[in-house]
Design a protein around this ligand. Structure first.
Ligand code: ACO
Length: 334
Protein backbone atom coordinates (compact mmCIF):
# COMPACT_ATOMS: atom_id res chain seq x y z
CA UNK A 1 0.00 0.00 0.00
CA UNK A 2 1.32 3.47 -0.84
CA UNK A 3 2.51 5.67 2.05
CA UNK A 4 -0.35 8.18 1.94
CA UNK A 5 -3.03 5.52 1.54
CA UNK A 6 -1.70 3.86 4.69
CA UNK A 7 -1.41 7.14 6.63
CA UNK A 8 -4.90 8.26 5.53
CA UNK A 9 -6.46 4.98 6.61
CA UNK A 10 -4.67 5.12 9.98
CA UNK A 11 -5.79 8.74 10.54
CA UNK A 12 -9.39 7.82 9.75
CA UNK A 13 -9.33 4.88 12.15
CA UNK A 14 -7.80 7.02 14.95
CA UNK A 15 -9.22 10.54 14.54
CA UNK A 16 -7.04 13.14 16.24
CA UNK A 17 -7.74 16.83 17.08
CA UNK A 18 -5.58 19.10 14.93
CA UNK A 19 -5.46 22.85 15.49
CA UNK A 20 -4.87 25.18 12.52
CA UNK A 21 -3.74 28.60 13.84
CA UNK A 22 -3.98 30.16 10.37
CA UNK A 23 -7.66 29.28 10.41
CA UNK A 24 -8.90 32.37 8.56
CA UNK A 25 -6.63 31.75 5.57
CA UNK A 26 -8.25 30.31 2.43
CA UNK A 27 -5.91 27.35 1.86
CA UNK A 28 -6.29 26.34 5.51
CA UNK A 29 -10.09 26.56 5.36
CA UNK A 30 -10.14 24.57 2.12
CA UNK A 31 -7.85 21.89 3.60
CA UNK A 32 -9.96 21.74 6.78
CA UNK A 33 -13.07 21.20 4.65
CA UNK A 34 -11.38 18.31 2.78
CA UNK A 35 -10.25 16.66 6.03
CA UNK A 36 -13.69 17.05 7.63
CA UNK A 37 -15.49 15.78 4.53
CA UNK A 38 -13.52 12.52 4.76
CA UNK A 39 -13.54 12.29 8.58
CA UNK A 40 -9.73 12.15 8.78
CA UNK A 41 -9.36 14.38 11.86
CA UNK A 42 -11.24 16.77 14.11
CA UNK A 43 -10.30 20.32 13.16
CA UNK A 44 -9.94 23.42 15.34
CA UNK A 45 -9.66 26.64 13.32
CA UNK A 46 -8.25 29.72 15.04
CA UNK A 47 -9.36 33.15 13.91
CA UNK A 48 -12.34 35.45 13.78
CA UNK A 49 -15.40 33.13 13.59
CA UNK A 50 -17.47 35.51 11.43
CA UNK A 51 -14.61 35.96 8.97
CA UNK A 52 -13.97 32.20 8.76
CA UNK A 53 -17.66 31.40 8.22
CA UNK A 54 -17.93 34.11 5.57
CA UNK A 55 -14.94 32.72 3.65
CA UNK A 56 -16.29 29.16 3.94
CA UNK A 57 -19.68 30.29 2.61
CA UNK A 58 -18.08 32.18 -0.30
CA UNK A 59 -16.05 29.08 -1.23
CA UNK A 60 -19.08 26.82 -0.65
CA UNK A 61 -17.18 24.72 1.90
CA UNK A 62 -20.08 23.05 3.67
CA UNK A 63 -18.12 20.79 6.04
CA UNK A 64 -16.61 23.74 7.95
CA UNK A 65 -19.76 23.53 10.13
CA UNK A 66 -18.10 20.49 11.75
CA UNK A 67 -14.99 22.45 12.79
CA UNK A 68 -14.50 24.05 16.18
CA UNK A 69 -13.72 27.75 15.67
CA UNK A 70 -11.97 29.72 18.42
CA UNK A 71 -10.83 33.32 18.44
CA UNK A 72 -7.45 33.85 20.19
CA UNK A 73 -8.29 37.57 20.50
CA UNK A 74 -11.42 36.81 22.55
CA UNK A 75 -10.78 37.89 26.18
CA UNK A 76 -12.50 34.76 27.55
CA UNK A 77 -10.13 32.54 25.57
CA UNK A 78 -7.12 34.60 26.66
CA UNK A 79 -8.29 34.30 30.30
CA UNK A 80 -8.36 30.53 29.89
CA UNK A 81 -4.87 29.97 28.44
CA UNK A 82 -2.72 32.94 29.61
CA UNK A 83 -2.11 31.44 33.10
CA UNK A 84 -0.62 28.34 31.46
CA UNK A 85 1.72 30.45 29.32
CA UNK A 86 2.66 32.53 32.38
CA UNK A 87 3.50 29.34 34.30
CA UNK A 88 5.58 27.94 31.42
CA UNK A 89 7.61 31.16 30.99
CA UNK A 90 7.61 32.43 34.58
CA UNK A 91 11.31 31.58 35.00
CA UNK A 92 12.08 33.80 31.99
CA UNK A 93 10.71 36.72 33.96
CA UNK A 94 7.58 37.49 31.94
CA UNK A 95 4.63 39.41 33.38
CA UNK A 96 0.98 38.30 33.19
CA UNK A 97 0.45 41.17 30.76
CA UNK A 98 3.15 39.71 28.46
CA UNK A 99 1.58 36.28 28.87
CA UNK A 100 -1.81 37.63 27.74
CA UNK A 101 -0.18 39.31 24.76
CA UNK A 102 1.56 36.08 23.63
CA UNK A 103 -1.60 34.03 24.24
CA UNK A 104 -3.58 36.25 21.85
CA UNK A 105 -1.13 35.31 19.07
CA UNK A 106 -2.62 32.43 17.09
CA UNK A 107 0.63 30.39 16.97
CA UNK A 108 1.10 30.54 20.74
CA UNK A 109 -2.63 29.95 21.29
CA UNK A 110 -2.49 26.80 19.13
CA UNK A 111 0.56 25.51 21.01
CA UNK A 112 -1.15 26.24 24.34
CA UNK A 113 -4.18 24.18 23.26
CA UNK A 114 -1.84 21.27 22.50
CA UNK A 115 0.01 21.75 25.79
CA UNK A 116 -3.30 21.81 27.69
CA UNK A 117 -4.31 18.52 26.03
CA UNK A 118 -7.17 20.14 24.11
CA UNK A 119 -5.62 19.41 20.73
CA UNK A 120 -3.36 16.51 19.70
CA UNK A 121 -1.25 18.39 17.17
CA UNK A 122 -0.81 21.65 15.29
CA UNK A 123 -0.18 22.52 11.63
CA UNK A 124 0.95 26.01 10.64
CA UNK A 125 3.33 27.97 8.44
CA UNK A 126 1.29 28.84 5.32
CA UNK A 127 1.68 32.50 6.29
CA UNK A 128 4.19 32.39 9.19
CA UNK A 129 7.93 31.73 8.88
CA UNK A 130 9.55 28.49 10.04
CA UNK A 131 11.30 30.40 12.84
CA UNK A 132 7.98 31.80 14.16
CA UNK A 133 6.32 28.36 14.23
CA UNK A 134 9.37 26.71 15.83
CA UNK A 135 9.87 29.33 18.53
CA UNK A 136 6.23 29.07 19.69
CA UNK A 137 6.50 25.26 19.78
CA UNK A 138 9.85 25.31 21.63
CA UNK A 139 8.58 27.71 24.28
CA UNK A 140 5.20 26.11 24.90
CA UNK A 141 5.15 22.44 23.86
CA UNK A 142 8.84 21.82 24.62
CA UNK A 143 10.71 18.60 23.99
CA UNK A 144 9.86 15.00 24.77
CA UNK A 145 11.60 13.27 27.73
CA UNK A 146 15.27 12.45 27.03
CA UNK A 147 15.49 14.87 24.08
CA UNK A 148 16.40 18.57 24.10
CA UNK A 149 16.90 19.16 20.38
CA UNK A 150 14.04 19.41 17.91
CA UNK A 151 14.89 18.61 14.30
CA UNK A 152 13.10 18.26 10.97
CA UNK A 153 12.98 15.15 8.77
CA UNK A 154 11.81 14.72 5.20
CA UNK A 155 10.39 11.52 3.74
CA UNK A 156 11.85 11.24 0.26
CA UNK A 157 9.46 9.18 -1.85
CA UNK A 158 11.36 7.40 -4.61
CA UNK A 159 9.71 4.99 -7.05
CA UNK A 160 8.62 1.91 -5.06
CA UNK A 161 10.97 -0.34 -7.07
CA UNK A 162 13.98 1.93 -6.39
CA UNK A 163 17.07 -0.01 -5.24
CA UNK A 164 17.54 2.63 -2.50
CA UNK A 165 15.75 2.94 0.82
CA UNK A 166 12.89 0.64 1.82
CA UNK A 167 9.78 0.45 -0.40
CA UNK A 168 11.20 3.55 -2.11
CA UNK A 169 11.28 5.58 1.12
CA UNK A 170 14.36 7.36 2.48
CA UNK A 171 14.29 9.57 5.58
CA UNK A 172 16.57 12.64 5.49
CA UNK A 173 17.40 14.69 8.63
CA UNK A 174 18.02 17.32 9.86
CA UNK A 175 16.91 19.41 6.90
CA UNK A 176 15.05 22.17 8.72
CA UNK A 177 16.04 23.22 12.23
CA UNK A 178 19.51 22.95 13.83
CA UNK A 179 22.12 24.93 11.87
CA UNK A 180 25.26 23.43 13.42
CA UNK A 181 24.46 20.44 15.67
CA UNK A 182 27.14 19.21 18.06
CA UNK A 183 27.78 15.47 18.48
CA UNK A 184 25.15 15.12 21.21
CA UNK A 185 22.52 16.90 19.13
CA UNK A 186 23.42 14.86 16.05
CA UNK A 187 22.94 11.67 18.07
CA UNK A 188 19.48 12.87 19.15
CA UNK A 189 18.60 13.71 15.54
CA UNK A 190 19.59 10.14 14.56
CA UNK A 191 17.52 8.52 17.30
CA UNK A 192 14.44 10.71 16.62
CA UNK A 193 14.72 10.09 12.87
CA UNK A 194 14.69 6.34 13.44
CA UNK A 195 11.43 6.78 15.32
CA UNK A 196 9.98 8.90 12.50
CA UNK A 197 10.97 6.17 10.03
CA UNK A 198 9.20 3.51 12.08
CA UNK A 199 6.14 5.46 13.25
CA UNK A 200 5.32 7.59 10.21
CA UNK A 201 7.05 5.99 7.21
CA UNK A 202 6.30 2.47 8.48
CA UNK A 203 9.79 1.17 7.70
CA UNK A 204 12.32 -0.58 9.96
CA UNK A 205 15.11 2.01 10.34
CA UNK A 206 18.70 1.46 9.26
CA UNK A 207 20.38 4.71 10.20
CA UNK A 208 23.56 6.07 8.58
CA UNK A 209 25.38 9.07 10.06
CA UNK A 210 26.91 10.63 6.98
CA UNK A 211 30.28 12.28 6.47
CA UNK A 212 32.89 12.76 3.78
CA UNK A 213 34.75 9.84 5.38
CA UNK A 214 33.95 6.13 5.71
CA UNK A 215 35.34 4.31 8.74
CA UNK A 216 38.46 6.45 9.12
CA UNK A 217 39.22 7.11 5.44
CA UNK A 218 39.67 10.83 6.25
CA UNK A 219 40.79 12.66 9.38
CA UNK A 220 39.18 15.93 10.36
CA UNK A 221 37.36 17.42 13.33
CA UNK A 222 34.11 17.29 11.35
CA UNK A 223 34.61 13.54 10.90
CA UNK A 224 35.36 13.21 14.62
CA UNK A 225 32.01 14.87 15.39
CA UNK A 226 30.14 12.22 13.40
CA UNK A 227 32.13 9.38 15.01
CA UNK A 228 31.32 10.80 18.46
CA UNK A 229 27.64 11.23 17.52
CA UNK A 230 27.47 7.60 16.39
CA UNK A 231 28.88 6.49 19.74
CA UNK A 232 26.37 8.60 21.69
CA UNK A 233 23.45 7.41 19.55
CA UNK A 234 24.45 3.77 20.24
CA UNK A 235 24.42 4.54 23.97
CA UNK A 236 21.02 6.27 23.70
CA UNK A 237 19.42 3.46 21.70
CA UNK A 238 21.54 0.29 21.77
CA UNK A 239 18.83 -1.69 19.96
CA UNK A 240 18.94 0.58 16.89
CA UNK A 241 20.49 -0.54 13.61
CA UNK A 242 22.76 2.50 13.22
CA UNK A 243 26.26 3.15 11.94
CA UNK A 244 28.71 5.91 11.05
CA UNK A 245 30.73 7.57 9.86
CA UNK A 246 29.73 6.64 6.31
CA UNK A 247 29.89 8.42 2.97
CA UNK A 248 26.57 8.53 1.16
CA UNK A 249 27.63 5.98 -1.49
CA UNK A 250 28.82 3.56 1.19
CA UNK A 251 25.52 4.07 3.02
CA UNK A 252 23.33 3.40 -0.02
CA UNK A 253 25.14 1.24 -2.60
CA UNK A 254 25.84 -2.42 -1.66
CA UNK A 255 28.84 -2.78 -3.96
CA UNK A 256 30.51 0.33 -2.49
CA UNK A 257 29.57 -0.76 1.03
CA UNK A 258 31.25 -4.13 0.45
CA UNK A 259 34.48 -2.32 -0.40
CA UNK A 260 34.44 0.52 2.13
CA UNK A 261 32.55 -0.83 5.16
CA UNK A 262 32.25 -4.61 4.81
CA UNK A 263 31.52 -5.18 8.52
CA UNK A 264 28.70 -2.64 8.76
CA UNK A 265 25.12 -3.89 9.05
CA UNK A 266 23.84 -0.51 7.78
CA UNK A 267 26.19 0.26 4.86
CA UNK A 268 24.59 -0.49 1.51
CA UNK A 269 21.14 -0.77 3.14
CA UNK A 270 20.60 2.58 4.86
CA UNK A 271 17.09 4.05 4.74
CA UNK A 272 17.62 6.93 7.23
CA UNK A 273 20.34 9.43 6.29
CA UNK A 274 21.60 11.80 9.00
CA UNK A 275 23.44 14.84 7.65
CA UNK A 276 26.24 16.47 9.67
CA UNK A 277 24.75 19.98 9.45
CA UNK A 278 21.61 21.83 8.38
CA UNK A 279 23.47 23.27 5.40
CA UNK A 280 24.14 19.81 4.02
CA UNK A 281 20.71 18.39 4.88
CA UNK A 282 18.72 21.28 3.47
CA UNK A 283 20.76 21.49 0.27
CA UNK A 284 20.72 17.70 -0.20
CA UNK A 285 16.96 17.26 0.11
CA UNK A 286 16.25 20.12 -2.28
CA UNK A 287 18.74 18.81 -4.86
CA UNK A 288 17.30 15.29 -4.73
CA UNK A 289 13.77 16.71 -4.91
CA UNK A 290 14.50 18.91 -7.95
CA UNK A 291 17.12 16.94 -9.89
CA UNK A 292 15.69 13.47 -9.38
CA UNK A 293 12.02 14.54 -9.37
CA UNK A 294 11.46 12.90 -5.98
CA UNK A 295 8.54 13.91 -3.78
CA UNK A 296 9.83 15.38 -0.48
CA UNK A 297 7.28 15.17 2.34
CA UNK A 298 7.94 17.33 5.39
CA UNK A 299 9.53 18.73 7.34
CA UNK A 300 8.26 16.41 10.04
CA UNK A 301 9.33 18.01 13.29
CA UNK A 302 10.70 15.42 15.68
CA UNK A 303 11.66 15.59 19.34
CA UNK A 304 8.72 17.77 20.48
CA UNK A 305 6.50 16.54 23.30
CA UNK A 306 3.53 16.67 20.87
CA UNK A 307 3.45 16.97 17.08
CA UNK A 308 3.69 20.34 15.35
CA UNK A 309 4.21 20.64 11.60
CA UNK A 310 5.56 23.58 9.68
CA UNK A 311 4.22 24.28 6.19
CA UNK A 312 6.02 25.94 3.32
CA UNK A 313 4.55 29.36 2.57
CA UNK A 314 4.09 28.23 -1.03
CA UNK A 315 1.93 25.28 0.03
CA UNK A 316 -1.42 24.33 -1.57
CA UNK A 317 -4.58 23.22 0.26
CA UNK A 318 -3.70 19.63 -0.73
CA UNK A 319 -0.24 20.03 0.85
CA UNK A 320 -1.91 21.22 4.05
CA UNK A 321 -4.24 18.18 3.97
CA UNK A 322 -1.27 15.82 3.64
CA UNK A 323 0.51 17.58 6.50
CA UNK A 324 -2.59 17.30 8.70
CA UNK A 325 -2.74 13.57 7.95
CA UNK A 326 0.94 13.13 8.81
CA UNK A 327 0.64 15.19 11.99
CA UNK A 328 -2.39 13.15 13.05
CA UNK A 329 -0.32 9.99 12.50
CA UNK A 330 2.48 11.38 14.68
CA UNK A 331 -0.12 11.85 17.42
CA UNK A 332 -1.22 8.20 17.32
CA UNK A 333 0.64 6.22 19.96
CA UNK A 334 -0.09 2.51 19.67
N1 ACO B 1 15.25 22.28 19.87
C1 ACO B 1 14.65 22.61 21.03
N2 ACO B 1 14.63 23.86 21.54
C2 ACO B 1 15.28 24.81 20.83
C3 ACO B 1 15.95 24.54 19.62
C4 ACO B 1 15.90 23.20 19.14
N3 ACO B 1 16.45 22.82 17.99
N4 ACO B 1 16.48 25.69 19.15
C5 ACO B 1 16.17 26.65 20.04
N5 ACO B 1 15.45 26.12 21.06
C6 ACO B 1 14.86 26.82 22.20
C7 ACO B 1 15.91 27.49 23.07
O1 ACO B 1 16.36 26.59 24.04
C8 ACO B 1 15.11 28.63 23.64
O2 ACO B 1 14.31 28.17 24.69
P1 ACO B 1 13.98 29.12 25.93
O3 ACO B 1 13.42 30.41 25.38
O4 ACO B 1 12.97 28.35 26.73
O5 ACO B 1 15.29 29.33 26.64
C9 ACO B 1 14.17 29.03 22.52
O6 ACO B 1 14.05 27.88 21.68
C10 ACO B 1 14.68 30.17 21.68
O7 ACO B 1 16.05 29.89 21.43
P2 ACO B 1 16.95 30.76 20.52
O8 ACO B 1 18.34 30.23 20.45
O9 ACO B 1 16.76 32.21 20.86
O10 ACO B 1 16.27 30.43 19.16
P3 ACO B 1 16.34 31.30 17.90
O11 ACO B 1 15.15 32.18 17.92
O12 ACO B 1 17.65 31.92 17.70
O13 ACO B 1 16.24 30.20 16.75
C11 ACO B 1 15.38 28.64 15.31
C12 ACO B 1 15.59 28.97 16.79
C13 ACO B 1 14.33 29.57 14.75
C14 ACO B 1 14.88 27.23 15.16
C15 ACO B 1 16.74 28.75 14.58
O14 ACO B 1 17.56 27.71 14.98
C16 ACO B 1 16.60 28.72 13.09
O15 ACO B 1 16.30 29.74 12.49
N6 ACO B 1 16.82 27.54 12.45
C17 ACO B 1 16.76 27.42 11.03
C18 ACO B 1 15.34 27.37 10.56
C19 ACO B 1 15.31 27.53 9.08
O16 ACO B 1 15.32 28.64 8.59
N7 ACO B 1 15.30 26.38 8.37
C20 ACO B 1 15.41 26.35 6.94
C21 ACO B 1 14.09 26.54 6.28
S1 ACO B 1 12.99 25.21 6.55
C22 ACO B 1 13.03 24.33 5.10
O17 ACO B 1 13.66 24.64 4.13
C23 ACO B 1 12.31 23.07 5.12
Amino acid sequence: MKLFERLTRRAKENPRRIVLPEGAEERNITAANMILADGLAEIILLGNPAEIKKTAARLNLLHIDKATILDPKDEKNIDKYAPLFFELRRKKGISMEDARHFTSDELYFGCLMVKAGEADGMVSGAIHTTGDVLRAAFQVIKTEPGIDTVSGAFLMLLPEDSPYGTDGILVFADCAVVPEPDARQLAQIAVCSARTARDVAGIEPKVALLSFSTKGSARNERVDKVIEATKIAHEMAPELCLDGELQSDAALVPIVAALKAPKSDVAGKANVLIFPSLEVGNIAYKLVQRLAGVEAVGPLLQGLAAPVSDLSRGCSATDICKTIIMTANQAIHE
